[in-house]
Write a protein that binds this ligand. Structure first.
Ligand code: CP
Ligand code: NVA
Length: 311
């Protein structure tokens, strides 16, 4: 059956747990030197990018290759989309060629249209609304580092309207994470996400908490997470955001306010000196590069889960 991953809510708790288990198994094999499999033999993928990418693009390319599949990466600007070809035409044509589409788009609606008209599954490689594949890698990283996910205290400091945060909120609700968001009033999280996450948390035993005070959010944090203040596509608001988010920088002083020696996560790319300091990224508490590495392993787990005839 065709299963898209456009939003974190497209996955159940069970789906996420299975994907993480497969990813961890594939990582173990990878580290033992068993990198090449044939789980995606004869499968061809389109990677489509409307925005820049380092990690997402390369980790998907390596993942597909290591699983025995093939791909083509297209920058949207090189396709007829840039000359006005409707997304619905694009989707109907390319999905007759390929087995899956992985797309990073400016507007989430483009992804929805792509999925509506595509005959094959569509995976969100980041939109203005969510970044679910990032958060799958984040959950895997938390499980690896702390041994469990449910009951973890995770403080997100910064932009309350961040796309990664939206996916994190839903994952927290699904998986029983206690999420503490610290953000200025002006950037309060989207109400739909909040309500959905709170409802899910009621079932999973997690909690979603919001404050304007970063110190309050990190007090009992096992993990502190942040992302850039100016996401791709929000460049016009850059000055305003830098101003109101200045008190939300993740620096050594903030880390010291926590009772728990928290680990620090960032989806990267980071702007050192803005949302996070160089000192924090380079500190022993930072796990950002292990987190980035897990993008590869989780892409493999996800692709196996969605596309392999073995799953
Ligand atoms: N974290 C992340 O998605 O990085 P890229 O923008 O480099 O893909
Ligand atoms: N929130 C960031 C994430 C980059 C991976 C952005 O959308 O630019």
């Amino acid at each position: 059956m065709k299963k898209n991953l456009l939003l974190m809510e497209n996955l159940s708790r069970e789906d996420i747990e299975k994907i993480i288990d497969i990813s961890m198994m594939l990582k173990t094999l990878h580290n033992l030197g068993f990198r090449k499999t044939e789980y995606l033999k004869n499968k061809f993928f389109l990677l489509l990018f409307e925005k820049p990418s380092t990690r997402t693009r390369l980790s998907f390319e390596v993942a597909i290759t290591q699983l025995g599949g093939r791909f083509s990466t297209l920058n949207a600007s090189d396709t007829q989309l840039s000359r006005g070809e409707p997304v619905k035409d694009f989707a109907r044509v390319v999905s007759r060629y390929v087995d899956g589409i992985i797309a990073r788009v400016k507007k989430h609606e483009s992804l929805e249209e792509l999925a509506r008209y595509s005959a094959v599954p569509v995976i969100n490689a980041l939109s203005d609304r969510e970044h679910p594949v990032q958060v799958l890698a984040d959950v895997m990283t938390i499980k690896e580092k702390l041994g469990h996910v449910s009951g973890v205290n995770l403080a997100f400091i910064g932009d309350g309207q961040d796309n990664v945060l939206n996916s994190l909120m839903i994952a927290a609700g699904l998986l029983g994470i206690n999420l503490y968001i610290a953000t200025p009033r002006e950037l309060w999280p989207n109400e739909n996400y909040l309500l959905k996450a709170i409802k899910l948390a009621e079932l999973s035993g997690g909690s979603i908490n919001i404050t304007t005070d970063p110190i309050e959010a990190v007090k009992e944090a096992d993990i502190i997470y942040t992302d850039v203040w100016v996401s791709m596509g929000r460049e016009e608001e850059a000055d305003y955001r830098r101003k109101i988010l200045r008190p939300y920088q993740v620096n050594m002083e903030l880390l010291m306010k926590s009772n728990r020696k928290p680990l620090v996560m960032h989806c990267l790319p980071a702007i050192r000196g803005e949302e996070i300091t160089d000192e924090v990224i380079e500190s022993p508490q930072s796990i950002v590069f292990d987190q980035a590495e897990n993008r590869l392993h989780v892409q493999k787990g996800l692709l196996y889960y969605l596309f392999s005839s073995h799953s």
